[in-house]
Design a protein around this ligand. Structure first.
Ligand SMILES: *Cc1c(COP(=O)(O)O)cnc(C)c1O
Length: 466
């Protein structure tokens, strides 16, 4: 025995046998509430973890998540080879910092920023939204102070179709949320919904491009027109932040003529998740400002860190570089054409899945092909059934491990149940066929045996925003 490799003071017969034929952990509970006294061989630790994770769902069968579950081997190599590179060490890793800036410039261009701009990488859209919304609050306060007006009652206007992060922002940073309730047949918001909520204390309107609920977009152009008019008529200066967590990498390629971005004058900042349709593994988001001036200077921290003056305005500090580099990898690997091809492929498969689900006869598809939408299928049961959407989700998971979530919509549409399947690059034509067959089979089984758990919904995962 070499010292340190297996530091148990006495090697029992069992230890010796385990070393020869197996793993000690197979006979013991996994360490779970304090550091184990002795370690184990590297290969054993790896196997212990592997066995635990086997019980997790298979990420590629996870049709609930918007987040990337597959990258090609060359991208995986970029990720693996840069895991030790701390992103924040700009002085030590100036090329990594430059690559971040290239990504920001490319995104600003994709979103039609009129001139020189600024932005940052973040851990995801949630961090980007916190920073974008903080900027709105700071800018509003500066305007109010300059006019000698009260700054104690800021509010933010958004629809019930937003991600939970917007309410989080309001609570963490003390802003009154003005939430527009959804309606039983309308799951996005437009100018008429927004208008009654806007006043001189409104720091901004948050509009969604690609909701987590049905994949549709708020009427951002309409809201922009409204805010332009309110500015002219009442002198209200209300900007828009677009939450393009999912849509920011879909709309530019599938709907290039649709104006939702900096082509609209009131849109001052946009967030997008690199780890959603940017096609990078989890851990990367982006915040892009329309102009440098949209980032309030007192949110930026300048410091002399490890010998170089550095400007930061993020909530996190140390973090990996791999996902920034992987984002740039995707940009140069796919280019505009490649992203368009990939989005069109997913859209075509989503449409095929929608047709197949509609053909089963038990479901209604939410939205039509004419509406701009993320590549997904949102659907619900139509007509009378002795089971519901949650049962279908359970049955699908039980039969073949598909993770297709069922959930209810936000107030006042919260009696409406929906199912949703993301159609990503790993869900090709034949997988779509299999999934549709499995949904039909699940309905048949359920029609025979009825609802699975009339009172207990807790076993079905119902989250939608990830
Ligand atoms: C996913 C999502 C978020 C949160 O993004 P993360 O990147 O997971 O932090 C916010 N808004 C919308 C619309 C989303 O789809």
């Amino acid at each position: 025995m070499t010292s340190g490799e297996y530091p148990s003071p006495v090697m029992s017969d069992l230890d010796a046998l385990a070393r020869e034929y197996g793993n000690r952990f197979l006979l013991e509970p996994a360490p779970d509430h304090r550091l184990p006294r002795h370690g184990m061989r590297a290969v054993d630790a790896m196997r212990l973890l592997g066995e635990e994770l086997l019980l997790d769902g298979l990420p590629m069968r996870n049709l609930a998540t918007f987040v990337t579950t597959w990258m090609e081997p060359e991208a995986q190599r970029v990720v693996a080879e840069n895991l030790h590179r701390n992103y924040i060490d700009h002085a030590e890793y100036p090329r990594t910092a430059e690559i971040e800036q290239r990504c920001i410039r490319m995104l600003a261009d994709l979103f039609h920023a009129p001139g020189e701009t600024t932005g940052t990488r973040t851990q995801g859209s949630s961090e980007a939204i916190m920073l974008g919304a903080l900027s709105l609050k700071w800018k509003w306060r500066a305007r109010r102070e300059a006019a000698g007006k009260d700054t104690t009652r800021p509010n933010l206007v958004f629809g019930g179709d937003v991600h939970v992060v917007w309410e989080k922002f309001c609570r963490y940073f003390e802003v009154e949320p003005r939430i527009i309730a959804l309606q039983p047949d309308k799951y996005v918001i437009g100018p008429a919904d927004v208008e009654p909520h806007v006043d001189e204390n409104t720091i901004g309107v948050a509009a969604v491009l690609g909701t987590t609920f049905t994949g549709h977009a708020d009427d951002i152009a309409g809201i922009n027109d409204l805010l332009v008019r309110l500015n002219e008529e009442r002198g209200l200066d209300v900007p828009i932040h677009v939450d393009a967590a999912s849509g920011g990498f879909v709309w530019p390629f599938l709907y290039p003529d649709s104006e939702w971005d900096f082509r609209l004058s009131r849109v001052r900042s946009i967030n997008v998740s690199g780890h959603k349709f940017g096609l990078v593994y989890p851990g990367i988001g982006w915040l892009i400002f329309r102009e440098r001036g949209d980032l309030p200077d007192d949110l930026v921290f300048y410091e002399n860190y490890l010998g170089k003056r550095d400007a930061t305005f993020t909530l996190n500090f140390s973090t990996g570089s791999s996902m920034v580099l992987a984002q740039y990898y995707n940009f140069v690997r796919f280019g505009h054409e490649g992203y368009r091809y990939i989005m069109e492929t997913m859209q075509a498969n989503a449409r095929h899945l929608a047709e197949r689900i509609a053909a089963i006869g038990d479901f209604r598809i939410i939205g039509s092909e004419k509406e701009e939408q993320l590549p997904l299928v949102a659907f619900q049961l139509a007509g009378d059934h002795n089971y519901d959407e949650f049962d279908v989700a359970s049955q699908l998971a039980a039969e073949r491990g598909w993770m297709v979530p069922a959930y209810t919509l936000p107030p006042k549409a919260d009696h409406i149940k929906i199912m949703r399947a993301l159609v990503k690059l790993t869900l090709g034509h034949s997988m779509v066929e299999t999934l549709a067959d499995d949904i039909a089979a699940a309905c048949q089984v359920l029609a025979e045996k009825g609802t699975l758990h009339p009172h207990d919904r807790s076993r079905v995962k119902t989250g939608t925003g990830y």
